[in-house]
Design a protein around this ligand. Structure first.
Ligand code: FEO
Length: 161
């Protein structure tokens, strides 16, 4: 069953959103590197790479389903934040926004009675639980423990494989 034109368009918009996310995390990594948080910088570069993997997976699925994957224009991302706490709050907010986008895609697949797309989107629903929880944990640690948490988190997140 070929994917519907409506879902094809929505998936291409999501591919664009994933690339924007990748650029956002790259910009955040540059900000952290400049501010002396090289551990955060390294973690964010891996996060940026993971967002591109999401875009590739969506493009691959779209092509398998007879659609055409497109690389559209990517809007500019912010370049600076007040401090690492402010930045990680934005990471959390952004991941919540992405979760809403994924949920809408799943709703569209259900409306289309497109089981293959439903199955495909469920993996991203599960992924978003992890993405939101990770960002939320970082924010609450910094809020509770301030500078000490910043120092320890920068060291811990820098070890991400
Ligand atoms: Fe592609 Fe962070 O969700």
């Amino acid at each position: 069953m070929v994917i519907s034109k409506k879902l094809e368009k929505a998936l291409n918009e999501q591919i664009n959103a994933e690339m924007w996310s990748s650029n956002l995390y790259m910009a955040m990594s540059f900000y952290c590197d400049k501010e002396g948080f090289s551990g955060f910088g390294g973690w964010l570069k891996k996060q940026a790479a993971e967002e591109l993997e999401h875009a590739y997976a969506m493009a691959g699925f779209l092509i398998q389903r007879g659609g055409t994957a497109k690389v559209g224009k990517i809007a500019e991302v912010p370049a600076s934040w007040k401090n690492p706490l402010d930045m990680f709050k934005k990471v959390y907010e952004h991941e919540c926004h992405v979760s809403e986008l994924i949920n809408k895609l799943l709703d569209m697949a259900v409306a289309d009675k497109d089981k293959a797309s439903e199955d495909f989107f469920w993996q991203f629903v599960r992924e978003q639980v992890e993405e939101e929880a990770t960002a939320s944990e970082i924010v609450s640690k910094i809020e509770k423990f301030g500078q000490t948490a910043l120092f320890q988190l920068d060291s811990r997140l820098g070890q991400r494989k």
